[in-house]
Design a protein around this ligand. Structure first.
Ligand code: SAM
Length: 337
């Protein structure tokens, strides 16, 4: 796999600049594989796109705005769990590991753990490459002595990590219930890959993960269809991102956001529905949509503490420790590799 690697160091750099984060970019947007994957999804019987395409630089900023919304409880509740149980969590995770943040976004959640965990290195992984570079550069200024590595990669393709991550004990950090974007079968495979990657480090290692729990459909649906329409903008922005990646001609004025809780499958589904009969075209293909026909853009599976503990154990993790908020809305797990 080809990758670009650089740091912003210069020979005359000051101490802070010398600690500029190293960045390795493996994910490149304008690749034939990306176009092929998008095309295959759009031509499926029920048109489907991976939620990873929600995150271009604007999508990442819109997600930050979502986390501020009154309806979007997961970020706030997860933060309250970390705040309340930080000493216990830090004791379980241990001190001085390489902290590997999957889907790091603005890196804020990991940064709040630095003091308690004292990581030997911070590795931030994200597909939204430009947004990650900016976030990590800012963070490096705030923590100039902590070695940082940015990895621009699509971990749904492979979690194979470069040697630059290092060989020390590895603690993976996967907050925000992003694991819910995978089906339970895919989640098991992904957790197994994390388990294998932990074992490639020197120490015991493990996974600190935030998981959203099953709750009332009303609360869940409101979290993914807020009154202000920020989640709708986040979802519809994906069509602009796809236009860039595929050269398609989606007109966002013809699409509306819909979110529902599928009780049987225990998942929130996000869709974009055509508001009229239309045809979307790109080089080498087209897809006709009739009015109200949708594109399935994201799933967010909800678990119970018991069902997620079992998933972690089936993936090879042990000594699973859960921490929940008082209303049992969200759970943070530490699982030893
Ligand atoms: C729900 S946001 C969570 C951001 C942050 N960790 C938090 O908890 O607030 C998901 C993050 O994962 C990244 N992401 C989504 N799919 C990815 C993939 N396949 N590979 C790498 N990063 C991905 C997105 O760019 C985004 O930053």
């Amino acid at each position: 796999m080809s990758s670009k690697q650089y740091s912003q160091n210069t020979p005359n750099a000051s101490k802070n600049a010398m600690m500029s984060p190293v960045f390795i970019q493996r994910y490149v947007e304008n690749k034939a594989e990306v176009r092929a994957e998008l095309q295959q999804g759009l031509l499926a019987k029920v048109a489907t796109t991976s939620p990873k395409y929600l995150y271009d630089a604007l999508g990442s900023r819109l997600f930050e705005a979502i986390t501020e919304l009154p309806e979007y409880y997961p970020t706030r509740v997860e933060a309250s769990i970390f705040e309340q149980f930080l000493p216990e969590i830090a004791a379980a995770v241990g001190h001085g590991d390489i902290l590997i943040d999957l889907g790091a976004g603005n890196c804020e959640k990991a940064a709040r753990m630095f003091e308690a965990l004292g990581p030997a290195k911070y590795v931030a992984v994200d597909i939204s490459v430009d947004f990650l570079k900016q976030a990590l550069t800012t963070l490096q200024r705030q923590s100039p002595d902590l070695p940082m590595l940015g990895l621009g990669m699509d971990f749904s393709a492979s979690l194979e990590l470069p040697v630059e991550v290092g060989t020390g004990s590895r603690s993976f950090f996967y907050p925000g219930s992003s694991i819910g974007n995978f089906t339970p079968t895919e989640a098991l495979l992904f957790l197994r890959q994390i388990h294998t990657a932990c074992k490639q480090g020197a120490g015991q290692g493990g996974l600190l993960i935030g998981v959203d729990l099953v709750k009332s459909s009303t609360v869940l649906q409101a979290a993914y269809a807020d009154a202000l329409g920020v989640t709708a903008a986040f979802n519809r922005n994906m069509l602009l991102h796809i236009n860039q990646l595929l050269g398609s001609d989606f007109n966002i004025a013809q699409w509306q956001h819909r979110a529902l809780f599928n009780t049987d499958l225990s998942r929130i589904e996000m869709h974009l529905d055509a508001t009229e009969d239309l045809t979307v075209r790109w080089e080498g293909g087209e897809r006709k949509f009739v009015k109200n026909e949708g594109i399935h853009t994201e799933n967010s599976y909800k678990y119970t503490v018991a069902s997620f503990t079992k998933l972690l154990e089936n993936a090879g993790f042990q000594a699973v420790k859960p921490w929940q908020d008082a209303n049992q809305q969200f759970c943070v797990f530490w699982a030893k590799a």
